[in-house]
Design a protein around this ligand. Sequence first.
Ligand code: NDP
Ligand code: 8X3
Length: 251
Amino acid sequence: MNHKTAFITGATSGIGKATAQLFAQNNIRLILCGRRGERLTELKEALSQLTEVTTLQFDVSNREEVFNAIASLPIEFNKIDILINNAGNAHGLSNFQEGNMDDWDAMIDINIKGLLYVSKAIIPQMVERNDGFVVNIGSIAGKEVYENGNVYCASKYAVNALNKAMRLDVNKHSIRVAAINPGAVETEFSEVRFKGDIEKAKNVYKGFKALQPEDIADIIYFVVTRPYHVNIEDLIVYPTAQASATILNRE
Ligand code: NDP
Ligand code: 8X3
């Protein structure tokens, strides 16, 4: 795996940040992406001790920003071996009839269209080389719809469909495509979903041991380091206390 280059969206927090750390420890060169520039600068400083790092600050839902950012990569970073489509969030948790349409737009624009734009900017170069690895971070919400999850679930069902679609379409180019679908992971996810309400966010993870972002990073690393003939299509990963999207064994 040495000297492969990975492009990680949503590297400023949670699963993406933990993946960046683990990849850096394993000498994978990194292109780290997110909107929060300060965090990108801090990460670059920290991880440059371990591997070569560059950062790109852009919003995945802005088509022009995505293509300009990726076109601006320095030559030593412009051959991307591994794409981790991780950027995304839930915005709000309410029933359909009371749903906030700005939240709906954000989830569709970021979780679906953002993943599409980044993939469209990167996969053609993998096709040209007949080589590459795409990991799509879905969710249990893309496998089971739960009450009040409506549009977030729909966005992750779309990721599930796109994961399958990409694999079919790039199959003849020897590109591997894999999805990892976590249950509850303790990150900034619930803070974002509840618009900065920290107490509400903490309650999501109360009374059980949630997955940590490092648990998902370990699995991503495992998936991308299998021998070339092995492609893990789709994984669901729960904390032990979770049995479905809604069944949680809380103390
Ligand atoms: P975090 O909120 O901790 O991280 C989300 C990351 O996505 C941040 O780095 C954020 O960076 C980035 N991001 C969000 N919106 C945009 C945007 N418009 N443009 C660019 N980057 C963006 O959450 P997680 O680490 O938990 O989430 C990562 C992925 O895992 C998401 O796709 C989420 O749906 C999925 N997931 C999470 C689960 C959980 O329970 N936590 C469970 C299942 C799936 P910045 O704000 O700097 O742009
Ligand atoms: C995040 C997990 O259950 O909040 O995708 O939808 S859940």
